[in-house]
Design a protein around this ligand. Structure first.
Ligand SMILES: Nc1ncnc2c1ncn2[C@@H]1O[C@H](COP(=O)(O)OP(=O)(O)OP(=O)(O)O)[C@@H](O)[C@H]1O
Ligand SMILES: [Mg+2]
Length: 384
């Protein structure tokens, strides 16, 4: 029985640089994609990330993912996946006709159409079918970069863990947007605002509570990690989360409500005054081996910290759900010395789940030769 997810077949149509691409993995455990810069390696991993709730793993609008100058402006990603004793089809499509020049201000809700076997499902349903986690070059300096990427990283982990977390988060951010729109219009209905702010507070506090619970669970696993990667402890930094650790929920709700109320006033003087809430929370990490905040460590050490977290998290999912996630590692060997690269590969080999990796040279992945591996070398756009 497979306690994880193995992609048997992946088919892309009009996705990014691919007019058509089909990969049959024969259920290989390791899929290693190599080739020169711009060959289309990341595009393949990104397509897989689209099958999960938090994809795509690079910031992009759905309309940018469709192949430019394609005959038909619809992209599709289809897969056949084996999990437990089940084999199922999971696919999505998006019609990007006339949508490539949409500006950020256009208020258009972009939606993937997702089909599992023959049923239409929502983004929120996806984690019933597959859980995907990833390490990408955008995380190379995760701890010293701006907050956004870090929060996305954490939210992705949490939403793969708690059903509805991702959905709550979306609802929360939509409520905030609606509120800001009304406040900017200066056509304010106080009753409507009271109601929407109550909802924001309720959702916000529940999001904060899940984050705190997650922090504790992950730290417990990180504490007992048995590998050569650095010992890491994470900490969620957010005003609401901090308060929730020491105060009663009702007290935190009152604080949250009051800060939203005070913020209303500021809209009279400023166009978009920042408002306190879980959307502004961040997280940090300590490298316990060095007794140093992770943001003060080197680029390679930050990648090692991310690896520690991802490996612990994979074990955490198994502990709670009896399932390992599918793992994507874009530019796996980048920033790692030879020994650390080998250690990473050994740890990945121990996890009974499918791992998709990219790199420039096949020779960097020698460890996986003669194992259950599929090597895909993309040369001069030949398989596009
Ligand atoms: N919507 C699109 N339509 C057509 N081509 C696209 C689209 N989006 C991206 N591309 C092209 O896809 C190509 C491959 O990108 P990708 O990021 O997968 O390369 P890569 O193999 O990962 O390269 P690197 O080694 O530099 O990371 C790029 O040349 C890019 O211009
Ligand atoms: Mg790439």
């Amino acid at each position: 029985m497979i306690n994880s997810y193995f992609i048997k077949r992946l088919v892309l149509n009009n996705y990014r640089s691919y007019e058509k691409l089909r990969i049959d993995t024969n259920l290989s455990k390791n899929i290693i994609i190599t080739g020169e810069n711009g060959a289309g390696k990341t595009n393949i991993l990104e397509a897989i990330s689209m099958l999960s709730q938090s994809g795509p793993f690079r910031k992009a609008k759905l309309s940018q993912l469709g192949k430019t100058n394609a005959n038909i402006s619809v992209f599709t990603i289809s897969s056949q996946i084996e999990s437990d004793d089940d084999v199922f089809n999971l696919g999505l499509s998006y019609n990007y006709t006339d949508k490539q020049n949409i500006s950020d201000d256009d208020d258009i809700v972009e939606k993937r159409q997702i089909i599992a076997n023959d049923d239409n499902i929502t983004v929120g349903d996806l984690q019933n079918y597959i859980r995907v986690i990833w390490i990408t070059p955008f995380m190379d300096r995760l701890f010293s970069e701006a907050t956004g990427e870090r929060r996305k990283f954490l939210d992705n982990l949490i939403s793969n863990f708690y059903p509805f977390y991702g959905v709550s988060l979306n609802q929360y951010s939509n409520l905030l947007k609606q509120r800001a729109k009304v406040l900017k219009s200066h056509n304010v209905d106080e009753k409507w605002l009271d109601a929407i702010e109550s909802e924001i507070v309720e959702k916000g506090v529940s999001i904060a509570a899940l984050r705190i619970e997650f922090e504790e669970k992950l730290n417990n696993i990180l504490k007992t990690s048995d590998n050569v990667f650095p010992k890491i402890q994470i900490h969620i930094d957010g005003a609401i989360e901090e308060k929730l650790k020491t105060l009663k929920s009702v007290e935190v709700e009152d604080f949250y409500k009051k800060s939203l109320l005070d913020n209303r006033e500021l809209f009279k003087f400023t166009f978009s005054p920042p408002v306190e809430g879980v959307h502004r929370s961040d997280f940090s990490a300590i490298n316990l081996d060095k007794n140093m905040p992770a943001d003060q460590t080197s680029t390679g050490e930050q990648k090692l910290a991310v690896i520690s977290i991802i490996l612990a998290y994979a074990n955490m999912l198994y502990l709670y759900f009896n399932k390992y996630p599918l793992i994507l590692i874009d530019e796996a060997p980048a920033h790692l010395d030879e020994i650390k690269t080998l250690e990473l590969f050994k740890e990945l080999e121990k996890l009974p789940t499918q791992v998709w990796m990219t790199g420039i040279l096949r020779s960097d992945f020698e460890f996986f030769e003669n194992k259950s591996s599929l090597f895909i070398e993309i040369e001069n756009s030949q398989i596009k």
